[in-house]
Design a protein around this ligand. Sequence first.
Ligand SMILES: *Cc1c(COP(=O)(O)O)cnc(C)c1O
Length: 377
Amino acid sequence: MNFGSKLIHNGNEIDKNTGALSIPIYQTSTFHQYDIDNLGKYDYTRSGNPTREALENTIAQLEGGIRGFAFSSGMAATSSVLSIFSSDDHIIVGNDVYGGTYRIASSFFNKFKVQITFTDMTDPDNIKNSIKNNTKAIFLETPSNPLLKITDLRTCIKIAKDYGLIVIVDNTFMSPYLQRPLELGADIVIHSATKFIGGHSDVVSGLVATKNKDLADKIYFVQNSFGAVLGPQDSWLLLRGLKTLKVRLDYECKSALELAQWLSTHKKITNVYYPGLKEHIGSDIHLSQALNGGAVLSFKTDTEATAKKFMKNVTLAAVAVSLGGVESIASYPVKMSHAAIPVQEREKLGITNNLIRLSVGLEDTQDLIEDFKKALE
Ligand SMILES: *Cc1c(COP(=O)(O)O)cnc(C)c1O
């Protein structure tokens, strides 16, 4: 079955108890036990809930895993996955991972003596050079944020396997429709489902999928004991959002490519970062591991003043953090997602004050172009 059909028919779309075509929101904390000698499948919602379970089984199917987990945010998902490691374990993390991931890796898990090395994984040799005796895993994100840098998943996975390391991929920017790292050999995939999976800017949530039984048991232990679970109502919102993932992304990615091409020709735009453009560094690698360039792009304007003018005058994109919604969202990384990084460090990474990131929504492409044209004038 192809992906679009799988979104609608994956075995978790009908409520087994009632036949309801929309999985009911089992808004309950606990479950009556009819027979104390034969306890039922569910006992308490932190440990398991039918609405959440339908979502967890769905993400497992869509990513090609054996088990899925839903958490109260993308960061809860990432933190819970990193909690399967122990003190003195060493993890290699991409140096331009999501800011929140950088924060917990650099100033939270170190309290528990989990060792982290940050490195630029766009050059996979850096992984080899960072491996120590106690290295247990690599954690990466591709394309990265906000410059859409590309990491070669197959090469990184091959190196990790040679050294017996677990590969964890934050797949938020692509979603399982565009990129499925488990199918390429990764062990764990993480999503901020707040973004494309939810798709409507109305829920904060995280998902995890794995294809390894031992890792699944470890993640379930953390999910149940740490307890950062997703509630039934929010689980339902994700099940609903997921059904249109393909049609949303088909339109948004096509629109993003057209916008990237149009921006490339604009005289006030100096750089466009979009993995669907042939001239984007690593675009060939990206297109060998993902379906298309995705729905997020970044661009640099001639001056900081132009960038600020754009952010002030744009009307068809919300000025906000986050991405992946039905509405386009323009963000200004130096004042938003990357404000906490010291200026010099930021400049080194190419995150300058003329950089704008755009998440392309479902507005008519031509309307977006007209609006952006005006905002840049
Ligand atoms: C937003 C985001 C996160 C964090 O997810 P939350 O749902 O905000 O906690 C993690 N990784 C990436 C790539 C993101 O864009």
